[in-house]
Design a protein around this ligand. Structure first.
Ligand code: GLC
Length: 558
């Protein structure tokens, strides 16, 4: 109970917003206390709402708002969680905090991260005893929300130091800005020394490149700054340089014809061959969000200014490209289905020469009349229409999705609840790849068989991203329903890494237990729902300068 008490107490004063920083400005919100509480148009982002809605009474206000403004909610008539009418923490919360603290990793007595999984029952440790950059993000958010920013600062500084290492794979020297996928602290009890080993891909299975690590690092630096109000960390020459090095890697000019970032397979949370090579949505959304975060943290000095200019240009091009070509809804699908091919010149409608025959059958049934999403990948003659959770949620949080698109993504999740959530929130991607296609795409990967692991498995960690997206779009009922599902199983099942099956009913074949980001993800989801102002750490307001593309969207007009 100790940690629960601590959690409740700290929660009261856990964060202060930085009014100078870009978005989610609470002081701005304070200026408009008289806004009508319930008269919120559906499209408005959470950030724009009045402070009165951000108070503890918020939960009820949003309930009523949902009832009035969320069409299609009939699909959501599940029993409500205990959190609805009271803020008594769920009994699982205390267990989760205990498990999260057990996963702490120390370097010279300072906490610097959390281990990926604390599963002693598992015979094979592989690299689950390491601190993964992406896995630490929900842990970091949980600690920030609980008013414990020190570990996050230590982590940011430690990984920054690692970035400075000379990195090689065989005889090839990696880019200076590369951030590690993971690191491990080695304790020598005799000599009483701690040393660190880091993995930049040179030890990783398949030698995959952790493209997402640098983006998460920037996003986390902003979350830390936003939550603590401590601008001094981001302003240090070391952090400024770290950001610039990451940005040089992804803003450099090459042979690109698109503003999206070209990647090899396995470059992100899906760190094995899964046919995500090219321009995967997860990376594009994180890239966009990291660019926006860096924009508000870079100093306007000579070096910083140059990057700021490049970022602004890239953001414009990237948002246009993503909103136009990655967006799929009923109307768009119908248009692609009727595409002509072999069109030359700038007047081409079918710009990427997508052959309609290449569209998989499943998508015609999957696409609801109302709703839409950013597809997995777009490149010449290739549209990977699989739905990916992380990319779509980050697109909402970063405002890569317009307000209409964000609402449409939530509509789709509601309409396709069984497919995307089923019995455990939520699927990493949909649908699974099977049979011959699985052989070709995964290289016969036995860990990624259909509806398992990265191939349509259900990952509890995604709960925090779903919850954040729900709060941002004002669709609280969806988050509640998802959290209820997680609460009915996660503790009992010892916090698995992932679940298998079409509905996510089975604990994953090779899933670790006590997977830290499953635990932290649950805590973050709970804390955000309890105090939605936490959302500001991980969400950006719409940039008014980036004019949304005026585009017909069947998911919105019908
Ligand atoms: C798996 C996941 C990856 C995660 C790692 C550690 O490899 O695919 O996203 O970072 O496990 O949990």
């Amino acid at each position: 109970m100790e940690c629960v008490r601590e959690y409740q107490l700290r929660n009261v004063s856990s964060h202060c917003s930085i009014s100078e920083m870009d978005d989610y400005d609470l002081s701005k919100l304070l200026d408009k206390p008289d806004k009508p509480r319930l008269n919120i148009e559906r499209q408005r982002s959470f950030d724009e709402r009045s402070l009165s809605e951000l108070s503890i009474g918020l939960s009820r206000a949003l309930d009523a708002y949902e009832t009035a403004y969320s069409p299609g909610r009939s699909a959501l008539d599940t029993p409500v969680s205990s959190a609805r009418n009271s803020f008594e923490p769920h009994p699982m919360v205390a267990d989760a905090w205990e498990a999260l603290r057990r996963s702490l990793v120390f370097f010279r007595d300072q906490p610097v991260g959390t281990i990926a999984a604390y599963d002693h029952a598992s015979e094979e440790v592989l690299n689950y005893d390491q601190v993964f950059v992406r896995d630490f993000v929900p842990s970091a958010l949980a600690f920030l929300m609980n008013g414990e920013p020190e570990i996050v600062k230590n982590f940011l500084l430690k990984t920054l130091q690692l970035q400075g290492w000379e990195k090689r794979i065989d005889r090839f020297k990696l880019g200076e800005g590369a951030m590690p996928a993971s690191f491990k602290v080695l304790h020598d009890p005799d000599r009483k020394t701690d040393t660190i080993v880091a993995d930049f891909g040179e030890s990783a299975i398949g030698r995959v490149a952790p493209v997402d690590s640098g983006f998460w690092w920037i996003i986390l630096l902003r979350a830390y700054t936003k939550s603590t109000g401590d601008l001094s960390l981001a302003e240090t020459p070391e952090c400024q340089k770290g950001m610039r090095l990451i940005l040089s890697l992804c803003l450099s000019e090459g042979f690109d014809t698109f503003p999206t970032l070209l990647c090899a397979d396995g470059c992100s949370m899906i760190d094995r061959r899964m046919g995500i090579y090219g321009y995967p949505i997860e990376i594009q959304a994180l890239f966009f969000m990291a660019l926006r975060c860096a924009l508000v943290m870079l100093k306007h000095d000579t070096e910083g200014k140059e990057f700021i200019e490049r970022i602004v240009k890239r953001l414009h091009a990237l948002s246009f490209h993503m909103r136009s070509y990655f967006w799929l809804d009923f109307q768009q699908l119908n248009d692609i289905y009727r595409y002509k091919t072999e069109e030359y010149s700038h007047t081409a409608v079918n710009k990427f020469n997508v052959i309609p025959d290449s569209i998989s059958d499943w998508v015609f049934d999957f696409m609801p009349t109302r709703g839409g999403y950013f597809i997995g990948n777009v490149s010449p003659a290739r549209m990977d229409m699989r739905w990916f959770a992380l990319g779509n949620c980050v697109a909402i949080l970063s405002c890569l999705a317009t307000a209409e698109q964000a609402a449409a993504i939530m509509d789709l999740i509601e309409a396709r609840w069984d497919e995307l959530v089923g019995e455990m929130p939520m699927k990493i991607c949909y649908p699974a790849i099977e049979s011959h296609e699985w052989r070709i795409v995964t290289g016969c990967d036995p860990k990624n068989t259909r509806w398992s692991y990265h191939n349509g498995g259900s990952w509890p960690v995604l709960l925090w991203l779903l919850t954040a997206a729900c709060i941002k779009t004002g669709r609280i009922q969806i988050a509640r329903r998802a959290i209820d599902l997680a609460e009915s199983r996660l503790l009992k099942d010892s916090w698995p890494e992932y679940y298998d099956g079409k509905l996510g009913r089975y604990i994953g074949k090779q899933a670790r237990k006590f997977q830290t980001w499953s635990i932290a993800g649950y805590l973050v989801a709970k804390m955000m729902l309890e105090d939605p102002s936490h959302l500001g750490m991980i969400s950006l307001e719409e940039d008014k300068q980036m004019k949304p593309l005026i585009k017909r969207s069947s998911s919105w007009t019908c």
